[in-house]
Design a protein around this ligand. Structure first.
Ligand SMILES: Cc1cc2nc3c(=O)[nH]c(=O)nc-3n(C[C@H](O)[C@H](O)[C@H](O)COP(=O)(O)OP(=O)(O)OC[C@H]3O[C@@H](n4cnc5c(N)ncnc54)[C@H](O)[C@@H]3O)c2cc1C
Length: 400
């Protein structure tokens, strides 16, 4: 037994990572306080969808069973889909030149396609979030073995360990490494655009979904397209189904273009693809925009945990391009590992200083490997001739 203080964890950031950690600690009766920079009213604003595959068994261990049972009915993109059996527990990659299927991506178990907004809303239930608290600074008290988080609203809070789940532009990562070393790098040489909309026409919506009921991708020498169902409010009203379309190509943004001109360029790129990808892009309604999006990454390095008093989890530790659908799965692994570490500290089985440091070293190693693989995959999605050698073709959706 190691003699040490009772843990009180300060979680910074109520994205999915912070909320999973909160549930895991709550289940283990470990005290915590969760702080979020956003105000309660804006909290569910940013939206995209994610495939959770190898992370599902870990989520089952973190969430209370009754909340887990509500994930598919309340937080998936289409509650009527079977997320266990192929093809709907996966995705499909097409050759955009010939229209042939290049690869059927299936998960070994469940693959649940979730809405970030809906999942965040669901798992924020039963968790007290202190909104409007943007972390600015951390100070350490060596005598008491504590760390104090200071917020821009003038308040502060003291705990035994602070976990930074504050996303891809993490302030805590910046405090640990310094702003220059912690800065995420843009994925250069690729232009990315994304749009979320309904086709407002049942036949068009159904035709686009013939590529795959959940999500599909097309590889082409001049453009990569990713088409995903985002929300099915009513399966019998395809005109209202919400789609997320993401395209990219090798090149640089043209900042002089108006939103209408960007849409014209995107639609011109879309004409290169076989159906239904061509129409998926051509049929984007005129009043919808297709803006440029930033994609960045940071190759994780291990950090000094200040004697077990500070660490990172999720995108704060390893922001990665979303090209292999792994970020959230790794975030769940981090949340699970962090909670297990805290349980052992509480039980007196391990020392806080060494175990929190070891937790972070494993996160940095696993996160950096995946970030490099996802970054490589991003460029290979646009390297038509070499695509067969890409991580997607070799490893599919697996962890490695
Ligand atoms: C388009 C897209 C598609 C993706 N697809 C997949 C996929 O298919 N599969 C997959 O596994 N992953 C996918 N991902 C990655 C996944 O979305 C992320 O890995 C995951 O959402 C990270 O969650 P997080 O909680 O770590 O970060 P975030 O969701 O960014 O949450 C961080 C939270 O911290 C708060 N915060 C920030 N700064 C502070 C501060 N100083 N003080 C207090 N609070 C702060 C923020 O307001 C936010 O609420 C995708 C990502 C994108 C963008």
């Amino acid at each position: 037994m190691t003699e040490q203080q009772e843990p009180h964890v300060l979680i910074i950031g109520a994205g999915l990572t912070g909320l999973f950690i909160a549930h895991g600690l709550q289940r283990a009766n470990i005290p915590y306080t969760l702080f979020e920079a956003e105000e309660a009213g804006t909290y569910r604003s940013r939206e995209w969808t994610m495939g959770v595959h190898w992370g599902v068994p870990l989520i089952e261990k973190l969430l209370p069973p009754d909340l887990m049972a509500r994930v598919i009915p309340e937080a998936s993109v289409d509650k009527t889909l079977d997320y266990v059996t192929p093809p709907t527990n996966g995705s499909r990659i097409y050759d955009g030149v010939t229209g042939d299927v290049l690869k059927e991506l299936v998960s070994e178990g469940k693959l649940i396609r979730v809405s970030r907004r809906k999942l965040r809303g669901l798992i924020a239930e039963r968790i007290e979030v202190k909104f409007g608290h943007r972390l600015e600074e951390i100070t350490y008290d060596d005598d008491k073995g504590t760390a104090t988080a200071r917020f821009t609203n003038g308040t502060s809070s003291t705990g035994t360990t602070i976990v930074g789940a504050d996303g891809p532009r993490s302030q805590i990562r910046s405090l640990l490494f310094g702003p220059a070393e912690a800065a995420a790098q843009p994925l250069t040489g690729i232009v990315h655009l994304s749009s979320t909309f309904s086709y407002r026409d049942a036949e068009k919506a159904k035709f686009v979904r013939t590529a795959h009921p959940v999500w599909s991708m097309a590889i082409h020498p001049e453009v990569f397209a990713y088409v995903c169902i985002q929300d099915v409010p009513n399966p019998d009203k395809p005109e209202d189904w919400v789609y997320f379309v993401f395209i990219c190509w090798m090149g640089e943004r043209d900042p002089s273009l108006s939103p209408e001109d960007v849409m014209k360029v995107a639609k011109e790129k879309g004409t290169k693809l076989q159906e239904p990808f061509r129409s998926a892009i051509q049929w984007i309604p005129e009043d919808v925009t297709f803006p440029y999006v930033d994609v960045s990454y940071w190759v994780a390095k291990s950090w000094d945990s200040h004697k077990g008093r500070v660490t990172l989890a999720g995108d704060a530790a390893h922001p990665m391009p979303p090209y292999r659908g792994q970020g959230l799965n790794h975030a769940v692994q981090d949340a699970y590992n962090f909670v297990e570490t805290m349980k052992k500290i509480k039980a007196g089985e391990v020392a806080k200083e060494s175990s929190v440091q070891e937790y972070g070293e494993e996160v940095a190693k696993r996160g950096s490997e995946e970030t490099m693989m996802s970054t490589k995959n991003a460029y290979m999605m646009l390297a038509y001739e070499d695509f067969k050698e890409s991580p997607y073709m070799k490893h599919g959706l697996s962890k490695r």
